[in-house]
Write a new protein. Structure first.
Length: 236
Protein backbone atom coordinates (compact mmCIF):
# COMPACT_ATOMS: atom_id res chain seq x y z
CA UNK A 1 0.00 0.00 0.00
CA UNK A 2 1.18 3.57 -0.67
CA UNK A 3 2.08 5.68 2.39
CA UNK A 4 -0.74 7.75 3.88
CA UNK A 5 1.01 11.03 3.07
CA UNK A 6 0.95 11.84 -0.64
CA UNK A 7 4.20 12.55 -2.42
CA UNK A 8 5.19 16.22 -2.62
CA UNK A 9 8.54 17.37 -4.08
CA UNK A 10 9.17 19.96 -1.37
CA UNK A 11 8.91 17.20 1.26
CA UNK A 12 9.85 13.96 -0.44
CA UNK A 13 12.21 14.79 -3.31
CA UNK A 14 15.95 15.14 -3.01
CA UNK A 15 17.13 18.46 -1.63
CA UNK A 16 19.51 18.95 -4.56
CA UNK A 17 19.02 19.22 -8.31
CA UNK A 18 20.14 16.92 -11.11
CA UNK A 19 23.58 18.46 -11.58
CA UNK A 20 26.62 16.19 -11.29
CA UNK A 21 30.35 16.33 -12.07
CA UNK A 22 31.77 14.91 -15.27
CA UNK A 23 32.04 11.14 -15.01
CA UNK A 24 32.54 8.38 -17.58
CA UNK A 25 29.30 7.42 -19.26
CA UNK A 26 27.53 4.21 -18.34
CA UNK A 27 27.99 1.78 -21.21
CA UNK A 28 25.04 -0.55 -21.73
CA UNK A 29 23.98 -3.17 -24.24
CA UNK A 30 20.89 -2.05 -26.17
CA UNK A 31 19.08 -3.24 -29.29
CA UNK A 32 21.28 -0.73 -31.15
CA UNK A 33 24.59 -2.07 -29.83
CA UNK A 34 26.69 -0.79 -26.95
CA UNK A 35 25.79 2.81 -26.15
CA UNK A 36 27.11 5.33 -23.65
CA UNK A 37 23.93 6.67 -22.09
CA UNK A 38 24.62 7.85 -18.59
CA UNK A 39 27.26 10.54 -18.31
CA UNK A 40 26.60 11.94 -14.85
CA UNK A 41 27.20 15.49 -16.09
CA UNK A 42 24.28 15.00 -18.45
CA UNK A 43 22.04 14.08 -15.52
CA UNK A 44 20.81 11.07 -13.59
CA UNK A 45 17.11 11.95 -13.80
CA UNK A 46 15.68 8.43 -13.93
CA UNK A 47 17.83 7.32 -11.02
CA UNK A 48 16.75 10.29 -8.92
CA UNK A 49 13.06 9.68 -9.74
CA UNK A 50 13.22 6.00 -8.81
CA UNK A 51 15.34 6.62 -5.70
CA UNK A 52 13.05 9.41 -4.41
CA UNK A 53 10.07 7.09 -4.89
CA UNK A 54 11.95 4.33 -3.05
CA UNK A 55 12.45 6.64 -0.06
CA UNK A 56 8.78 7.66 -0.14
CA UNK A 57 7.60 4.04 -0.09
CA UNK A 58 10.08 3.36 2.74
CA UNK A 59 8.46 6.19 4.71
CA UNK A 60 11.70 8.18 4.88
CA UNK A 61 12.82 11.62 3.76
CA UNK A 62 15.66 11.35 1.21
CA UNK A 63 19.04 12.96 2.00
CA UNK A 64 19.19 16.73 1.56
CA UNK A 65 22.89 16.83 0.66
CA UNK A 66 24.20 15.69 -2.70
CA UNK A 67 26.50 12.67 -2.38
CA UNK A 68 30.02 12.69 -3.73
CA UNK A 69 30.93 10.38 -6.59
CA UNK A 70 31.54 6.90 -5.21
CA UNK A 71 29.45 7.31 -2.06
CA UNK A 72 26.70 4.71 -1.45
CA UNK A 73 23.86 7.06 -2.38
CA UNK A 74 25.56 8.09 -5.61
CA UNK A 75 26.11 4.45 -6.57
CA UNK A 76 22.48 3.72 -5.71
CA UNK A 77 21.15 6.55 -7.90
CA UNK A 78 23.29 5.32 -10.83
CA UNK A 79 22.00 1.76 -10.28
CA UNK A 80 18.42 2.99 -10.25
CA UNK A 81 19.08 5.05 -13.39
CA UNK A 82 20.08 1.91 -15.27
CA UNK A 83 17.10 0.02 -13.85
CA UNK A 84 14.77 2.84 -14.95
CA UNK A 85 15.75 2.15 -18.56
CA UNK A 86 14.41 -1.43 -18.33
CA UNK A 87 16.96 -2.76 -20.78
CA UNK A 88 16.56 -3.69 -23.52
CA UNK A 89 12.81 -3.10 -23.92
CA UNK A 90 12.75 0.28 -22.15
CA UNK A 91 15.39 1.86 -24.35
CA UNK A 92 13.70 0.38 -27.43
CA UNK A 93 10.47 2.05 -26.34
CA UNK A 94 12.08 5.50 -26.14
CA UNK A 95 13.63 4.90 -29.56
CA UNK A 96 10.30 3.76 -31.04
CA UNK A 97 8.59 6.93 -29.81
CA UNK A 98 11.46 9.06 -31.17
CA UNK A 99 10.78 7.69 -34.66
CA UNK A 100 6.99 8.07 -34.57
CA UNK A 101 5.20 11.07 -36.11
CA UNK A 102 3.69 13.65 -33.76
CA UNK A 103 0.17 13.07 -35.08
CA UNK A 104 -1.39 10.03 -36.71
CA UNK A 105 -0.20 9.08 -40.18
CA UNK A 106 -3.30 8.45 -42.32
CA UNK A 107 -4.27 7.70 -45.89
CA UNK A 108 -7.55 7.42 -47.78
CA UNK A 109 -8.99 4.24 -49.33
CA UNK A 110 -12.18 4.61 -51.36
CA UNK A 111 -12.97 7.78 -49.48
CA UNK A 112 -12.42 6.22 -46.08
CA UNK A 113 -9.77 7.49 -43.66
CA UNK A 114 -7.38 4.74 -42.62
CA UNK A 115 -4.83 5.13 -39.82
CA UNK A 116 -1.46 3.78 -40.91
CA UNK A 117 0.50 4.74 -37.78
CA UNK A 118 -0.66 6.05 -34.44
CA UNK A 119 1.39 9.10 -33.52
CA UNK A 120 2.94 10.22 -30.26
CA UNK A 121 -0.13 12.35 -29.44
CA UNK A 122 -2.59 9.45 -29.59
CA UNK A 123 -0.30 7.15 -27.62
CA UNK A 124 0.17 9.84 -24.96
CA UNK A 125 -3.42 11.06 -24.63
CA UNK A 126 -5.53 8.00 -25.46
CA UNK A 127 -3.33 5.24 -24.04
CA UNK A 128 -0.87 6.51 -21.45
CA UNK A 129 -2.77 9.36 -19.77
CA UNK A 130 -5.66 7.15 -18.52
CA UNK A 131 -3.14 4.70 -17.04
CA UNK A 132 -1.24 7.51 -15.32
CA UNK A 133 -4.47 8.97 -13.90
CA UNK A 134 -5.51 5.52 -12.64
CA UNK A 135 -2.22 5.26 -10.75
CA UNK A 136 -2.64 8.72 -9.26
CA UNK A 137 -6.25 8.01 -8.25
CA UNK A 138 -4.94 4.94 -6.42
CA UNK A 139 -2.39 7.07 -4.56
CA UNK A 140 0.59 5.80 -6.56
CA UNK A 141 3.01 8.35 -8.07
CA UNK A 142 3.80 7.43 -11.67
CA UNK A 143 7.32 7.62 -13.16
CA UNK A 144 7.19 8.99 -16.69
CA UNK A 145 9.47 8.72 -19.67
CA UNK A 146 9.41 12.10 -21.43
CA UNK A 147 10.17 12.09 -25.15
CA UNK A 148 11.67 15.30 -26.53
CA UNK A 149 13.38 13.99 -29.65
CA UNK A 150 12.16 13.28 -33.18
CA UNK A 151 15.02 11.33 -34.70
CA UNK A 152 16.14 7.89 -35.87
CA UNK A 153 19.61 8.50 -34.43
CA UNK A 154 20.01 6.36 -31.27
CA UNK A 155 22.70 8.72 -29.99
CA UNK A 156 19.89 11.23 -29.41
CA UNK A 157 18.32 9.00 -26.77
CA UNK A 158 20.22 10.98 -24.13
CA UNK A 159 18.07 14.07 -24.81
CA UNK A 160 14.94 12.41 -23.43
CA UNK A 161 14.03 12.83 -19.78
CA UNK A 162 12.31 11.24 -16.77
CA UNK A 163 10.00 12.79 -14.17
CA UNK A 164 7.54 11.61 -11.52
CA UNK A 165 3.82 12.45 -11.72
CA UNK A 166 2.23 12.73 -8.28
CA UNK A 167 -1.03 14.62 -8.88
CA UNK A 168 -3.29 16.01 -11.58
CA UNK A 169 -6.02 18.56 -12.33
CA UNK A 170 -8.64 18.56 -15.09
CA UNK A 171 -10.00 21.80 -16.56
CA UNK A 172 -12.19 21.29 -19.62
CA UNK A 173 -10.10 19.53 -22.26
CA UNK A 174 -6.85 20.20 -20.43
CA UNK A 175 -5.13 17.81 -18.01
CA UNK A 176 -2.30 19.17 -15.88
CA UNK A 177 0.05 16.66 -14.29
CA UNK A 178 1.97 17.81 -11.22
CA UNK A 179 5.46 16.34 -11.47
CA UNK A 180 8.75 16.06 -9.64
CA UNK A 181 11.48 17.01 -12.09
CA UNK A 182 14.98 16.29 -10.72
CA UNK A 183 16.25 19.22 -12.78
CA UNK A 184 14.07 21.57 -10.69
CA UNK A 185 14.68 20.02 -7.27
CA UNK A 186 11.86 20.25 -4.74
CA UNK A 187 9.70 22.65 -6.77
CA UNK A 188 6.00 21.91 -6.20
CA UNK A 189 4.97 24.10 -9.17
CA UNK A 190 6.46 21.92 -11.92
CA UNK A 191 3.91 20.60 -14.42
CA UNK A 192 3.05 18.97 -17.74
CA UNK A 193 -0.19 20.23 -19.33
CA UNK A 194 -1.86 18.28 -22.14
CA UNK A 195 -4.64 19.34 -24.49
CA UNK A 196 -6.78 16.20 -24.94
CA UNK A 197 -9.25 17.46 -27.58
CA UNK A 198 -7.84 15.68 -30.62
CA UNK A 199 -5.17 13.04 -29.97
CA UNK A 200 -4.91 12.26 -33.68
CA UNK A 201 -3.14 15.58 -34.29
CA UNK A 202 0.31 16.78 -33.13
CA UNK A 203 0.18 17.20 -29.35
CA UNK A 204 -0.04 20.47 -27.50
CA UNK A 205 1.97 19.90 -24.33
CA UNK A 206 2.92 22.88 -22.18
CA UNK A 207 5.48 22.44 -19.41
CA UNK A 208 8.00 24.16 -17.20
CA UNK A 209 10.42 21.25 -16.89
CA UNK A 210 14.09 22.17 -16.57
CA UNK A 211 15.06 20.80 -19.96
CA UNK A 212 14.87 23.67 -22.47
CA UNK A 213 13.22 21.42 -25.09
CA UNK A 214 9.67 20.84 -26.26
CA UNK A 215 7.89 17.74 -25.01
CA UNK A 216 6.52 15.53 -27.79
CA UNK A 217 4.86 13.00 -25.50
CA UNK A 218 5.32 10.83 -22.44
CA UNK A 219 4.58 7.35 -21.17
CA UNK A 220 4.26 5.56 -17.86
CA UNK A 221 7.38 3.56 -17.04
CA UNK A 222 7.54 0.31 -15.10
CA UNK A 223 8.65 0.80 -11.49
CA UNK A 224 9.54 -1.83 -8.90
CA UNK A 225 10.39 -0.80 -5.35
CA UNK A 226 13.92 -1.12 -4.03
CA UNK A 227 15.41 -0.51 -0.58
CA UNK A 228 17.42 2.75 -0.39
CA UNK A 229 20.90 2.66 1.17
CA UNK A 230 21.20 3.20 4.94
CA UNK A 231 21.14 5.24 6.99
CA UNK A 232 17.53 6.19 6.30
CA UNK A 233 16.58 9.65 7.55
CA UNK A 234 13.70 10.61 9.82
CA UNK A 235 10.41 8.93 8.98
CA UNK A 236 7.83 11.07 7.19
Amino acid sequence: MPPAERFLPSRHAFGFSNSWPEQPAVTVDTPFGRLKLGNAKGGLCGGMVFAALDYWYAGCVPPAHQPAVGEPLYRYVVKRLIQSWRLPAGVARYYRWMTLPDGDRVFSVLGRRVVATRGVAWRTVAVQLPRIIADLDAGRPAPLGVVTVASANPLQLRFNHQVLAYGYEVAGDSVTLRVYDPNRGGDDATFLRVDTRDPTRPPEIAHNLGIGRRVRGFFRTSYTRSTPPPPLSTAI
